[in-house]
Design a protein around this ligand. Structure first.
Ligand SMILES: [Mg+2]
Length: 358
C-alpha cells in the first residue's frame, strides 16, 4: 500500500484534520490539537506532505521518526508535533481500517466498557456565582469532578483574578459533593501560586494544574514541595524525553499527556508506558478523534483511575456533526467504541465543504 495524497483541512476555520489517501482506496483521518490551526495546516501541507507521499503507511514508526527528524531543524515541539499528531493518527486509522479492528484490540485487552469523564469548563469570563451554577448543573448530570480555568495567563498574578472567590462559590453551592480542579495555565508566579495554593488546600481542591509558566520547572518544583494538594502538569509535554525532564525537574504529582499533542499514537503509547505507576490524568479538549483514542487507551488500562477530561463548551463539530455517528455519553461516563479503528464514521464530503481556506 502507498500514500497517494495528504491534506490538512481546517474545519469551520478552527479544527485541523489530516486526510490521507492510499492507492488501496482506504482513507485515513487524523486530528491535530486545535490551537494555531493555520500554522498546523501549513506544517502538514508544506513541510511534511512531500516526505510521506508514496510511502507505505504500515511503517508508522519509521514515518514518525522521519517527520520528527524533519521537524527538528525548526522545532520539533509545539505546532510541528501537533501537525505530526494529525498525520500519525491518520496513518493509524488507515492501518486499523485495513485490519478491520478497533484500536483497543490492537493495544491490548479491553477491560472497561465505559470511562468516567470530568466536566472541563474553559470560560474565564463568568462570575463566581455563574461558575458555581454551571458546576451544579454538571453535578446534577452525574459529573463528580469539575475543572475551572481561571486566572489570566497573559497577565501573570493579575489583580483581576477570581480563582479563590470562584472556588468558594462552588463549595458554598455544592459543599464537598463535587471534586474541584483549578487550572490557571501558568497564570501565577511561584510565590503567588504557593499563596493561592494554601487557600486551595483549605477548600480541599482535588488538583491545582499548571500553576506557573510551562518553562518554569524550578518554580513548579517549589510549588509542588510547598503544597499538600496534588499539582498537575504535562499538557505541554510532547515526547517521552519531555516527560522525563518534567518529572525530574518539576516533580508534579499528576501527569497529563494528550495524544493530539504528543505527535499521535506512536509516541503517546511510549509515554503511557514510560509513565507506568505514575498518577496520570489524561488531557483532552476535543470531542472526536482525541476523545475516542483516549477512551481506547483507558479501556485496556487498569492503573489509570482518574477521569478523562471532557470540554463542556459549545463546539461546532458537535452542534453540526461531521460524523455519521457519535460517542455515547451517559451520566458522567462515555462508552468505549467497538467499531473499527477509533469508532467514528466521518463524512469526508461534509468535512471538505466546511474546510475554510485563507
Ligand atoms: Mg490545562
Amino acid at each position: 500500500m502507498k500514500i497517494t495524497e495528504i491534506e490538512c483541512l481546517v474545519i469551520d476555520g478552527e479544527y485541523p484534520y489530516v486526510i490521507i489517501e492510499t492507492d488501496e482506496g482506504i482513507t485515513g483521518i487524523g486530528e491535530c490539537f486545535r490551537r494555531s490551526p493555520w500554522v498546523t495546516k501549513s506544517a502538514v501541507d508544506t513541510i511534511f506532505r512531500d516526505a510521506i507521499l508514496s510511502v507505505d503507511p504500515s511503517n508508522y514508526e519509521e514515518i514518525w521518526n522521519l517527520l520528527y527528524n524533519i521537524a527538528s531543524t525548526c522545532g520539533p515541539y509545539g505546532s510541528l508535533l501537533t501537525a505530526i499528531s494529525g498525520i500519525d493518527t491518520a496513518i493509524w486509522d488507515i492501518n486499523l481500517k485495513r485490519e478491520g479492528v478497533p484500536l483497543h484490540k490492537k493495544l491490548g485487552k479491553k477491560i472497561k466498557n465505559s470511562i468516567p469523564i470530568y466536566a472541563s469548563s474553559m470560560k474565564r469570563d463568568m462570575s463566581p456565582e455563574e461558575e458555581a451554577d454551571r458546576a451544579s448543573f454538571f453535578y446534577e448530570e452525574g459529573f463528580l469532578f469539575y475543572k475551572m480555568h481561571s486566572a489570566y495567563p497573559e497577565e501573570v498574578d493579575s489583580p483581576r483574578d477570581k480563582t479563590l472567590k470562584t472556588v468558594e462559590a462552588i463549595r458554598n453551592k455544592l459543599d464537598n459533593n463535587i471534586e474541584i480542579m483549578v487550572d490557571v495555565n501558568g497564570g501565577y508566579s511561584a510565590k503567588k501560586a504557593i499563596e493561592v495554593g494554601h487557600v486551595l488546600e483549605k477548600f480541599e481542591v482535588f488538583q491545582f494544574e499548571q500553576p506557573v509558566h510551562v518553562t518554569d520547572l524550578e518554580g513548579l518544583k517549589r510549588v509542588t514541595e510547598s503544597l499538600s494538594i496534588p499539582i498537575a502538569s504535562g499538557e505541554c509535554c510532547y515526547t517521552v524525553q519531555d516527560f522525563k525532564n518534567l518529572i525530574e525537574k518539576g516533580k508534579p504529582d499528576i501527569l497529563q499527556p494528550d495524544v493530539i499533542k504528543t505527535g499521535g499514537i506512536t509516541e503517546f503509547r511510549k509515554i503511557i508506558s514510560f509513565l507506568n505507576k505514575k498518577e496520570i490524568m489524561i488531557h483532552n479538549t476535543q470531542p472526536l478523534i482525541s476523545t475516542a483514542i483516549h477512551l481506547h487507551f483507558l479501556s485496556i488500562n487498569n492503573s489509570i483511575k482518574l477521569p478523562l477530561e471532557y470540554n463542556i463548551e459549545q463546539n461546532s463539530l458537535i452542534d453540526n456533526p461531521i460524523t455519521k455517528n457519535s460517542l455515547n455519553i451517559q451520566s458522567g461516563n462515555i462508552l468505549v467504541p467497538d467499531d473499527n479503528s477509533f469508532g467514528l464514521d466521518f463524512d469526508i464530503s461534509i468535512m471538505k465543504k466546511r474546510a475554510k481556506i485563507i
